[in-house]
Design a protein around this ligand. Structure first.
Ligand SMILES: C[S@@+](CC[C@H](N)C(=O)[O-])C[C@H]1O[C@@H](n2cnc3c(N)ncnc32)[C@H](O)[C@@H]1O
Length: 236
């Protein structure tokens, strides 16, 4: 199906029933998910299904190629299963439950964490699922503003000291890791050499080797995977 005839996120969500989103979320979805629209197959894992209010909008948005997988702690969500919709019941902070999800579905193109919105849940899910996401996939964590809300393992300062930095701090540290290839200044000369003639490897994290971009929006952080080999530098 041609992606040009598929609706944008705002239209898909507002025309299709139950919706609980801020208006500025729709352009965030358009920006990061548009490239998957109209594909013969798009595998999506959404953590947090609730009443299934996003399933039909996502089908409208991505087209009939959508294979929707959801995970929720609420057993009632299982009743939402139908053709092209599979629901796992489990806690996103439980590594065994996440392993069960991974055993029972293909590696996804997209993971959207719209679950419990607590820091530890977001971190554990990310640690378990990000390495498994397809190598060119997108991982979106929604509602990160809850880090400042009572009842959500808040990030806050006390007498100028960061008391707890939760998922926001975790994601900031990952942001720094994007530059890991350059942490040793001597590598500047290494990167002038053709890759084939270099000795050994530069020890960087799997995150650095597999992440092309991180994008911050109000209430979201989005990770785009892409294999990132050692840099090649040209000096004219
Ligand atoms: C914001 S709602 C999801 C909304 C849905 N994505 C939509 O757009 O309609 C959050 C959901 O996360 C689920 N949830 C809360 N804690 C969870 C946990 N620890 N593991 C998995 N799901 C959880 C809740 O049961 C609830 O259904």
């Amino acid at each position: 199906m041609s992606s040009s005839i598929l609706p944008d996120a705002r239209t898909a969500f507002l025309n299709n029933g139950i919706c609980n989103k801020y208006d500025y979320y729709f352009p965030v979805y358009d920006r990061h998910f548009a490239r998957y629209k109209g594909r013969d197959e798009v595998v999506m894992l959404e953590i947090g299904v609730q009443k299934g209010g996003a399933i039909e909008p996502w089908r409208q948005f991505f087209g009939p190629g959508l294979r929707y997988y959801g995970m929720d702690i609420d057993p009632a969500c299982k009743a939402l299963e139908r053709d092209g919709v599979t629901i796992f019941i489990g806690d996103q902070q439980d590594r065994a439950a996440l392993a069960e999800v991974k055993r029972n579905m293909p590696r996804p193109d997209i993971i959207l964490d719209d679950g419990g919105h607590k820091s530890k849940q977001q971190v554990v899910s990310f640690e378990e699922l990000y390495p498994w996401l397809k190598d060119d996939g997108t991982y979106m964590v929604e509602d990160i503003q809850t880090a400042f809300w009572k009842g959500f393992e808040r990030t806050f300062l006390w007498k100028g000291r960061l008391y707890f930095d939760g998922f926001l701090g975790y994601a900031h540290r990952l942001g720094r890791q994007l530059t890991e290839y350059h942490w040793d200044i001597r590598n500047r000369y290494r990167y002038l050499e053709p890759r084939e003639t270099r000795q050994g490897t530069v020890p960087v994290s799997d995150f650095c080797k597999s992440t092309f971009a991180m994008t911050w929006h109000d209430s979201f952080v989005v990770f785009e995977k892409r294999p990132m080999p050692e840099p090649m530098r040209w000096e004219g």
